[in-house]
Design a protein around this ligand. Structure first.
Ligand code: 16G
Ligand code: MG
Length: 560
C-alpha cells in the first residue's frame, strides 16, 4: 500500500470507530444489527466491496437492508460479480474487518489481505461498486458511511442507485458484468416483456374469459410495494391492488410482510374479510421473498398459506411439462434436448412437499439454510429450481440450456414455428428472462406464478391442494452460546454437543410421521427448532419437548 493510500485509510477510518464490546458476524446474509451501532460496519464493508471489485476486476454490489427484521435494525451485504452472494471464502476477512478494534489494526488487516490476494493498492486500477438501500430511515446515513469506505480505497468509485429492492441490485450487478443495459427501466421492461411473452404463448388464452385476474399484494410497508406500483403500469392482464405499500401510516414489517405471514399464519394488517377467496401475496421488507395466501371465511384471523414449497412445486410442474414436450420431439430432431432438472430445498421444506416432488420423478436435494447454499447447488443443473419454505427462491438456467432454447436451435432441429414444441421452447426461454438469475425476487416470482396459474387455468385453491402440508411448529430457544451447536447432513443431524441428537431421536420416535431438527440461527442469537408430525398437537408437542432438550443441554432457561 502506498503512503497516500495509507494516510487516507487512517484518516477516514478514525471517523468511524467500531462499537465497544460487540462481536459482529457476516451471517447467512451479511451483517445485521441495530442500526445505531452500524456506522463503522458500513464504512468497513465499503472498503471490503472496493477490495472485492479490485480483485475480481468487475462491478460489485453493496446493499443496505435488514430484510424482514424490525425497522430499527439495518444491515449490509455484498453482491459478487455474478450478482450472487459474496464468496464464502471472503467471509472470514469480512468478519475480521468489521471487528478490528482500531484504525491501525484495520489498516494492517487490509494490507496483509491485499498482499495475500495480490490486490494492488497503489491507485493504478479503478473499481466500480453499485450501492443501494431499502426504505429504512437509517439507510441514508449508513449509505454515506459505506460510500466513505469505498472512497477510502483509491480508484474505487461508488455509483448510488438509490432505493431498490435487494434483487434489483443483484440483477443490476449480474447484467452490468455481462455488458448489458442495467437501469431500473431495463429491469421493469425485461419483466413486463417476458411476462407478456409467456402469457401470449398460452394455447388456451382465448378460453380464459372467466379467469380471475385480481390480486392483492401486501408490500410489508417496504420497498417492494413501491416498486410494484411502478411495474404495474407496464403490465396487462393483471388487476393488482397494493396494500401496505409504505406510503401510509404502517411500519415496515410490523404485523405485515412475508415473514410475519409465513411464521404466524395470520392475516397481515389491512387484510380481512373483504379479501375472502382472492389471491393474496406478501413480500418481505426488501422484496426477495414472497408467499401467497388466502383469507378463509369465518371470524378467525388465520390464513391459508401457500408457501415457498408450493411456489417451487408449481414452477417444477410447469417446467417439467415443457421439458416433456421438448423431449418427445427431440427423438426425431437433430438435437437431443434432455437438460438435467434439479430441485433444491432445505430441511424446513414441508415433508409433504418433498414427497410430492419426488413422486413427480424429480431429483430433490437438501442444502443448509441460506440462499448462498441453495443457489450454489441449483447452479449445478441445466435448470435448477430452488426455494426456501419462507418464500426465497428462483430458477437458474445454465448457459448451455439457454443456447439450446434459442430460435436458431429449433430451426436447426426442424421444429415448426407455431408448433407446440416451438412454444414449449419459447416458454422456457421466457421464464429464463422473467425470473431473476442472480437471486430470489418477489416481483419476478409473482409474475411467474401468475403466468403459470393462468396457463393452467388454476385457482389458488386448486394450486394449494396439490398436496396437504404436514402440520409443523417452529420454536426458538435462547442459549448462552449458539455456536455450541454444530450440525451435519444439511442441518438435519446435530453433531455437537454429544448426546443431543440421540435424545432428539428418542423424542421423534414417539410421533407418527415425526421429523424434527435444530440449528443455530444465522441472523439471531437463538437455536431454532423445527418439528413436523401427523397432527398439529403432535407437532407442537414434539417441538416443545425438543426445545426443552436444547435448553437442558445448553440453555439459560428462557425458551420461548
Ligand atoms: C436470511 C437468509 C435466508 C434464510 C434466513 C434464515 C439470504 C439472502 N437470506 O434471511 O435465506 O432462510 O436468513 O434465518 O440468504 P435464520 O438463520 O435466522 O433462521
Ligand atoms: Mg429479504
Amino acid at each position: 500500500m502506498n503512503k497516500e493510500q495509507l494516510d487516507l485509510l487512517l484518516r477516514e477510518s478514525d471517523r468511524f470507530p467500531p462499537p465497544h464490546g460487540m462481536r459482529l458476524s457476516y451471517g447467512t446474509a451479511g451483517f445485521r444489527e441495530d442500526a445505531s451501532v452500524l456506522l463503522s460496519t458500513m464504512y468497513r464493508v465499503g472498503i471490503l466491496a472496493a477490495l472485492r471489485a479490485l480483485k475480481t476486476e468487475a462491478v460489485i454490489g453493496l446493499m443496505i437492508t435488514a430484510s424482514h427484521n424490525k425497522v430499527s435494525d439495518n444491515g449490509v451485504k455484498i453482491a459478487d460479480p455474478s450478482g450472487g452472494m459474496l464468496t464464502q471464502e471472503w467471509e472470514p476477512f469480512a468478519n475480521a474487518l468489521a471487528n478490528a478494534p482500531s484504525s491501525r489494526d484495520l489498516v494492517r488487516l487490509i494490507n496483509e489481505f491485499a498482499e495475500k490476494e495480490n490486490i494492488l493498492l497503489d491507485g493504478s486500477k479503478s473499481a466500480q461498486i453499485l450501492v443501494a438501500r431499502d426504505t429504512r430511515p437509517s439507510g441514508e446515513v449508513l449509505l454515506d458511511a459505506a460510500k466513505n469506505g469505498i472512497g477510502s480505497i483509491i480508484g474505487a468509485v461508488a455509483q448510488d442507485m438509490g432505493t431498490l429492492t435487494t434483487p434489483q441490485l443483484h440483477w443490476m450487478v449480474h447484467v452490468r458484468n455481462k455488458g448489458l443495459e442495467s437501469s431500473e427501466l431495463d429491469y421493469f421492461n425485461g419483466l413486463s416483456n417476458s411476462f407478456k411473452w409467456l402469457l401470449d404463448s398460452n394455447p388456451n388464452n382465448s378460453e380464459l374469459n372467466d379467469w380471475d385476474n385480481r390480486l392483492v399484494v401486501d408490500g410489508a410497508n417496504g420497498v417492494g410495494g413501491q416498486k410494484l406500483e411502478l411495474l404495474k403500469e407496464k403490465l396487462n392482464g393483471l388487476a393488482i391492488e397494493i396494500r401496505n405499500s409504505g406510503k401510509g401510516e404502517g411500519v415496515l414489517n410490523e404485523r405485515v410482510g412475508a415473514d410475519f405471514v409465513q411464521k404466524e399464519k395470520t392475516v397481515p394488517c389491512s387484510f380481512g374479510s373483504q379479501d375472502v377467496g382472492i389471491r393474496c401475496v406478501s413480500f418481505d421488507g426488501d422484496a426477495d421473498r414472497l408467499v401467497y395466501f388466502t383469507v378463509p371465511s369465518g371470524s378467525s384471523n388465520k390464513i391459508n398459506l401457500v408457501d415457498g414449497d408450493k411456489i417451487l412445486s408449481l414452477f417444477a410442474i410447469f417446467i417439467k411439462e415443457q421439458l416433456t414436450i421438448l423431449a418427445a420431439r427431440s427423438k426425431d430432431t437433430k438435437i437431443a434436448f434432455e437438460p438435467r432438472l434439479g430441485v433444491v430445498q432445505t430441511a424446513y421444506a414441508n415433508g409433504a412437499s418433498t414427497r410430492y416432488l419426488k413422486d413427480l420423478g424429480l431429483e430433490v436435494v437438501l442444502t443448509p439454510t441460506g440462499v448462498k447454499y441453495l443457489h450454489e447447488k441449483a447452479a449445478e443443473y441445466d435448470i435448477g429450481i430452488y426455494f426456501e419454505a419462507n418464500g426465497h427462491g428462483t430458477v437458474l438456467f445454465s448457459d448451455y440450456c439457454i443456447s439450446l432454447l434459442q430460435p436458431v436451435s429449433w430451426e436447426l432441429s426442424n421444429v415448426f414455428a407455431g408448433s407446440e414444441t416451438h412454444k414449449a421452447a419459447l416458454r422456457l426461454l421466457a421464464i429464463s428472462k422473467l425470473i431473476n438469475q442472480a437471486v430470489g425476487d418477489a416481483l419476478s416470482g409473482l409474475l411467474l406464478v401468475e403466468a403459470i396459474l393462468r396457463h393452467k387455468n388454476w385457482s389458488i385453491h386448486k394450486w394449494s391442494e396439490l398436496y396437504q402440508d404436514l402440520p409443523s411448529r417452529q420454536l426458538k430457544v435462547k442459549v448462552v452460546d449458539r455456536t455450541a451447536v454444530e450440525t451435519s447432513n444439511a442441518e438435519t443431524k446435530v453433531v455437537k454437543p454429544p448426546g443431543l441428537q440421540e435424545a432428539i431421536d428418542l423424542e421423534i420416535a414417539k410421533y407418527p410421521q415425526g421429523r424434527c431438527f435444530i440449528r443455530p440461527s444465522g441472523t439471531e442469537d437463538v437455536i431454532r427448532v423445527y418439528a413436523e408430525a401427523s397432527t398439529q398437537e403432535a407437532a407442537d408437542d414434539l417441538a416443545t419437548s425438543v426445545a426443552k432438550l436444547v435448553d437442558q443441554f445448553l440453555g439459560d432457561g428462557s425458551s420461548k
